[in-house]
Write a protein that binds this ligand. Sequence first.
Ligand code: HEC
Length: 272
Amino acid sequence: MASRMGGGRVRLALAALGAAVLTVPLALALTAVSRAAEAPTATRPAPVDWESWHADNQVSDIASLQRGARNFMNYCEGCHSLKYVRYESMAADLKIPVGVLNANLVAPGSSQADYVSTPMPSDDALNWFGKVPPDLSLITRYKGADYVYRYLKTFYTDPSSPTLSNNLAFPSAAMPDILSDLEGVKSAVFRSVKSPDGSTQTEFDHFTTTSPGNMTPEQFDQFVRDTVNFLDYVGDPSQVERRSMGIWVVLFMLVLTGFAWLLKREYWKAVH
Ligand code: HEC
């Protein structure tokens, strides 16, 4: 009896030892595995995926469109025209009072009845940039609001370029980084990536700010979104009215459906 109990204890002790011998290396191996999985993210954050950025602009946001109009007239109109937009129709759509329009938005030498033109002579532009800055009336129509947003947010310094800057969305763009006093000056950090065929390629990794601008990153982002929102409106001015009308159409349909249902109930009363 006693020896059987003793044997039981020995077996129990052996089992415990066996479990310990097995679990300790297993636990060590597991922590090593999880550390290995964490390691790359700890030392190298994922590259910034600028190609998935969206403008997320709302053409129904009139305050944003007003700010965008101001941004455009202050920072873009020096080089770019909007040849399908008359100042006064823009002011009417964006609920900008005529006094504010004439005092702040109409370019010197233009009147409120004029189309938005640029004072930059094409010959000068050709001399300075090697290209005439395009009219931006339809830019969001053929390249998309997201493209313009990414374009305005991905300028970086490049001493080898004639403009001393470059752009991720539009490599070798002839447009200088004209918003750097607001955003700050950025450098782009690239990394080498091995392709399956063995060749190495450089890919964009992230930006670093080398000297800060007048705006915080949030303020600059809002500035760009408002500007893109305005250009989206410019590409299709009737959408402002259409979108605000949409809600009334839906309400009207709902009320109509209600009446139709009441009428149907009235007609079928006698039958049921
Ligand atoms: C100093 C002159 C100048 C100013 C100011 C300027 N641009 Fe440009 N922009 C250019 C030139 C030059 C090009 C032509 C680039 C090319 O084709 O290489 C251009 C091209 C563009 C394009 C077309 C890019 C493409 O893919 O074809 C967009 C969009 C644009 N500018 C937006 C703006 C906006 C918005 C502003 C104001 C925030 C602005 N630009 C201010 C000179 C300017």
